[in-house]
Ligand binder design. Structure first.
Ligand SMILES: O=C(O)C[C@@H](O)[C@H](O)C(=O)COP(=O)(O)O
Ligand SMILES: [Zn+2]
Length: 288
């Protein structure tokens, strides 16, 4: 079985100064597309469900089985990590129970001491089952109520304290944000990344990978980022390819090309694979 936790994969990435992509799945097509990209590049991959995506698809157990069965149906042979992305305490416990390979406990919205205590609990529960744990230091910004933040910087002392709980990888704020970056974005803070990487040898995670210029991604990886989360870029690629297909004018009333979902979804699914392969190349993930 190719499903595995993230410990060795991301520790090797940190040591080797490359990253492994963490790509969000939203349905069967996304799952197939991302797994195809990993198989075609012969590289390990992490597929992740946010709480919302898992609910949309039918729950964590269905998502795990979807990935397991798709791996089998596609004959995937590269290592795959099934991960909970931005999980709250209850979701992290549920995914540990269900059998995910890896969980993120995102306690950024809790008082730090509570985040710390709950992280310790999740680490204990997860490690008892050989499941990896990701924690988040501070908040990874984004757009809320129409306002886009410019990205927060993780506190180094808080990062060291959270890291001491035994988490397997640590998401850090270095000016990164989720979703589309605003025109006045100032870029990643490599000074803060250097401070964090000097104190923490645990693989570091960059959330909000979509929209960061390639050269900044590559530089951050050279400084200790070992896992890069990407979701929005895959969604944009899918939407663009699907729109172009529909606007090509297949008459949806009489032409099966215009209404057969397997034809409607094909261009977008291929676009997800192509974008995923391009990001794997950016991350320098070595083929196995
Ligand atoms: O969009 C989600 O629900 C998942 C993301 O938060 C993911 O964790 C991530 O960081 C990807 O960010 P993006 O590439 O900016 O969409
Ligand atoms: Zn994220």
């Amino acid at each position: 079985m190719v499903l595995t936790n993230g410990n060795e994969i991301f520790n090797n990435a940190r040591k080797g100064k490359y990253a492994v992509g963490a790509f969000n799945i939203n349905d069967l097509e996304w799952t197939r597309a991302i797994l195809a990209a990993a198989q075609e590049t012969n590289t390990p991959v992490l597929v992740q469900t946010s709480m919302g995506a898992a609910k949309y698809m039918g729950g964590y157990e269905l998502c795990l089985h979807l990935v397991q069965d798709t791996i089998k149906a596609m004959g995937i042979t590269v290592p795959v990590i099934m991960h909970l992305d931005h999980g709250n305490y209850e979701a992290a416990k549920e995914c540990i129970e269900v059998g995910y390979n890896s969980v993120m406990f995102d306690g950024h919205d809790l008082p730090f001491d509570e985040n710390l205590e709950k992280t310790k609990e999740i680490v204990k529960l997860a490690h008892a089952k050989g499941i990896s744990v990701e924690a988040e230091v501070g908040s990874i910004g984004g757009t809320e109520d129409g306002i886009t933040g410019l990205g927060e910087l993780a506190d180094v002392e808080e990062a060291k304290t959270l890291n001491a709980t035994g988490v397997d990888y640590l998401a850090v704020g270095i000016g990164n944000i989720h979703g589309v970056y605003p025109d006045n974005w100032k870029g990643l803070s490599f000074d803060r990344l250097q401070e964090l990487a000097a104190e923490i040898s645990t693989p570091l995670v960059l959330h909000g990978g979509s929209g960061i210029p390639k050269e900044q991604i590559i530089k951050a990886i050279s400084m200790g980022i070992s896992k890069v989360n990407v979701n929005t870029e895959l969604q944009l690629s899918f939407a663009k390819a699907t729109r172009e297909y529909i606007e090509a004018g297949h008459d949806q009333d009489i032409d099966a090309k215009g209404y057969d979902p397997r034809k409607l979804l094909a261009p977008g699914t291929k676009a997800i694979t192509d974008t995923t392969k391009e990001r794997i190349q950016w991350f320098g993930t070595p083929s196995i």
